[in-house]
Ligand binder design. Structure first.
Ligand code: NAI
Length: 338
């Protein structure tokens, strides 16, 4: 039979006319880096999300296969694939939410900052296209080092004259997911009942779990605090080492990315009281970018929640985190300005 690519990226018989659907209400979401370790499970999970009506999958390799595969899932989102840079702008046209897991991941022995040289350029290119095609979209940036790639994205948007700090969010949800899991383990609780605020940034000592503010209220011994803080800060490295060269967290990250994207979409839809931690252009500290709890609404970040009372241990850790964060922000900003 005569096969051609249909809009789902799959092949179809050309002599069969498919009737147009009524068009399901919902949001248009693009995933950039959709064929990667995070991108594939993330694309699959977003295809299941009932708030998504159109799902655009973009990558520089392998999107036809991923798109064809995912498009066979019997959920309502319409899936379209886009391959290579000359399809990037089409992938972004009219999107409400853009999720970016594009770029290289860590190998054992690497820090997130070691990824800077490659990923900075990728994020710059992708954000230039976002500024052009969907300047009002909410952007969820996953590519590492997040502490620097979010300032890079902000600079690109400023240059293009489209920067809206409320709409650019660095995804630190995996740190929260890990913190909830590890704290629940120590406390003997169901992780779904645990809420740990994680502030600062998304690398090493900049990841600062506020164990003094855990819900339900819990008290920890100094030994537990040290164990938990260390495990949460190094959760990513734990996975990198276990994967032994095959990459970093992808499945738990896809889960965390979907949890975060779903919160953004529910807020876009007008649901009230959506509060999540994210790394954003911030007024909470003197730093230009900082991760903390923010209230999300129809326009992205609507309110910064205060850091709240910190323990002595957290106050000291915050000072150390701020020093490293300032350097990472500066590195991102100067990448674009120089
Ligand atoms: P991967 O290498 O499996 O996938 C990355 C994908 O990006 C590949 O399919 C690749 O073709 C694509 N890509 C490369 N250049 C591109 C471009 N110019 N435009 C579009 N796509 C492009 O890597 P993985 O494991 O999916 O990780 C992706 C990123 O996410 C890494 O930077 C990693 O460090 C980061 N990450 C962030 C986390 C967070 O908590 N924010 C957690 C885990 C990973």
């Amino acid at each position: 039979p005569n096969l051609k690519m249909n809009e789902h990226g799959g092949s179809s018989l050309t002599n069969v006319h498919c009737r147009a659907k009524g068009g399901s209400p919902g949001f248009k979401v693009a995933i950039l880096g959709a064929a990667g370790g995070i991108g594939q499970p993330l694309s699959m999970l977003m295809k299941i999300n009932p708030l998504v009506s159109v799902l655009h999958l973009y990558d520089v390799v392998n999107t036809p296969g991923v798109t064809s595969d995912i498009s066979h899932m019997d959920t309502s989102a319409v899936v379209r694939g886009f391959l290579g840079q000359n399809q990037l702008e089409d992938a972004l046209t009219g999107m409400d939410l853009v999720i970016i897991p594009a770029g290289v991941p860590r190998k054992p022995g690497m820090t997130r900052d070691d990824l800077f040289n490659i990923n900075a350029g990728i994020v710059k290119t992708l954000c230039e296209a976002i500024a052009k095609q969907c300047p009002k979209a909410i952007v969820n940036l996953i590519s590492n080092p997040v502490n620097s790639t979010v300032p890079i994205a902000a600079e690109v948007f400023k240059r293009a004259g489209t920067y809206d700090p409320k709409r650019l969010l660095g995804v630190t949800m995996l740190d929260v997911v890990r913190a909830n899991t590890f704290v629940a383990e120590v406390m003997g609780l169901d992780p779904r009942d645990v809420d740990v605020p994680v502030v600062g940034g998304h690398a090493g000592i900049t990841i600062l779990p506020l164990l003094s503010q855990v819900k339900p209220p819990s008290s920890f011994t100094p030994k537990e605090i040290e164990y938990l803080t260390d495990r949460i800060q190094n959760g990513g490295t734990e996975v990198v080492e276990a994967k032994a060269g095959a990459g970093s967290a992808t499945l738990s990250m896809a889960y965390a990315a979907v949890k975060f994207a779903d919160a953004c979409l529910r807020a876009l839809k007008g649901e009230a009281d959506i509060v999540q931690c994210a790394y954003v252009d911030s007024q909470v500290t003197e730093l230009p970018f900082f991760a903390s709890k923010v209230r999300l609404g129809r326009n992205g970040v609507e309110e910064f929640l205060p850091l709240g009372p910190l323990s002595d241990y957290e106050r000291a850790s915050l000072e150390k985190a701020k020093k490293e964060l300032a350097t990472s922000v500066e590195k991102g900003v100067s990448f674009i300005r120089k």
